[in-house]
Design a protein around this ligand. Structure first.
Ligand code: G7M
Length: 321
């Protein structure tokens, strides 16, 4: 799998990204840490805001410990790993193990220059659940989406084979039911333990789950069937070990479907955010305009502009202190 130089660049947030740091960065000697934006000890991830002394603008660095792949394990339980004893008690021994550098990597995602929006996105903060009725969608969410400028240039770059072309795992080029399947930027594609792929549709006018109706059934079924077949062939995982779902709200408004390994607790798989593709298909088969009628819950952070819109209309309140 080729190195993805744009990893971590989130152009959904609407800025022009200066790529130069990604052509010169070989160590963090020039990085000056300003503050920790968020940290999750369970996911073993930390997100730091700072600057590069030789570059203008803020930077965000996300560090994440990697899962144990077969290759890492094979190369860790060897004579080349240094093992230091911390203490032992009866039959139990506690050690710190230092595998060889090559098998000891930490995944690093660098965003530079990072805008205020990027910083807010990664800042740990209060969240709220909004129960969006069909009416609320029409009167608050939709006008908000139409007014916001979300740049999804990175999506078009993928669809037009301008970026990440060598990472494409499968493509169905049909303009109606076609899509591109490729690794999500969160997956380094080195081990199936954290398999994470996304299918991005070729149709350009489907914003989100809310837009889906019976007209889209052939597209949804095609993604499910060909996505499963491709993953079975390439990664030897049967469809019964995949979690295939759509986020609501998504972070960018061009329909895409997530494929993750069922045993992997991927970020964003909670009930308030994820909708299984099989359930979506079933619901639409039962009622063609199901997603135009149903109440859809979604989570927003207090600094999200959508939260502010709902707050302005008196639909939501902050915690009193
Ligand atoms: O929450 P939502 O359904 O919108 O998820 C969007 C997904 O797109 C996330 O899992 C991101 O990690 C992924 N993603 C975002 N960007 C900017 C890129 C990118 O440039 N390339 C790839 N391959 N995935 C991306």
């Amino acid at each position: 799998m080729a190195d993805n130089k744009e990893v971590g660049v989130d152009s959904t947030l609407g800025n022009t990204v200066n790529e130069s740091i990604h052509s010169v960065l070989t160590n963090f000697g020039n990085f000056q840490q300003k503050r920790i934006l968020s940290e999750n000890s369970q996911r073993k991830i930390i997100c730091v805001e700072g600057t590069f002394s030789d570059k203008e603008g803020s930077a965000i660095v996300l560090l994440e410990k990697k899962p144990f792949s077969e290759e890492i394990l094979k190369n860790t339980l060897t004579a080349e790993s240094v093992v230091n004893k911390e203490f032992s008690n009866d039959i139990y021994g506690f050690y710190e193990c230092f595998p060889k550098e090559k098998y000891n990597g930490v995944k690093a995602t660098v965003i530079h220059p990072a805008t205020e929006k990027h910083i807010i996105k990664y800042l740990s903060q209060e969240i709220h659940l909004i129960e969006e009725t069909a009416e609320l969608y029409k009167s608050i969410t939709l006008p908000f989406l139409e007014n916001e400028t979300f740049s999804i240039q990175w999506v078009f770059n993928i669809l037009e084979h301008k970026k990440e072309a060598d990472r494409i795992i499968f493509e169905d080029p049909s303009p109606d039911i076609g899509f591109i399947l490729l690794p999500d930027l969160k997956w380094d594609a080195k081990q199936v333990e954290d398999l994470y792929l996304i299918a991005i549709v070729h149709q350009k006018d489907i914003k989100s789950l809310r837009d889906l109706n019976d007209k889209h059934l052939p597209l949804l079924k095609n993604i499910k069937e060909k996505g499963i077949k491709t993953i079975e062939e390439k990664f030897r995982l049967p469809g019964s070990q995949l979690r295939i779902y759509v986020h609501y709200q998504p972070s960018f408004y061009h329909l895409h479907v997530h494929f993750t390994y069922l045993k992997y607790d991927a970020p964003g798989i909670f009930t308030e955010k994820s909708h299984l593709l099989s359930t979506i298909i079933e619901n639409i088969e039962l009622m063609p305009d199901y997603y135009q009628r149903v109440t859809l819950p979604f989570v927003v952070k207090e600094t999200d502009n959508l939260f502010l819109k709902y707050e302005e209309k008196g639909m939501i309140k902050r915690r009193s202190v």
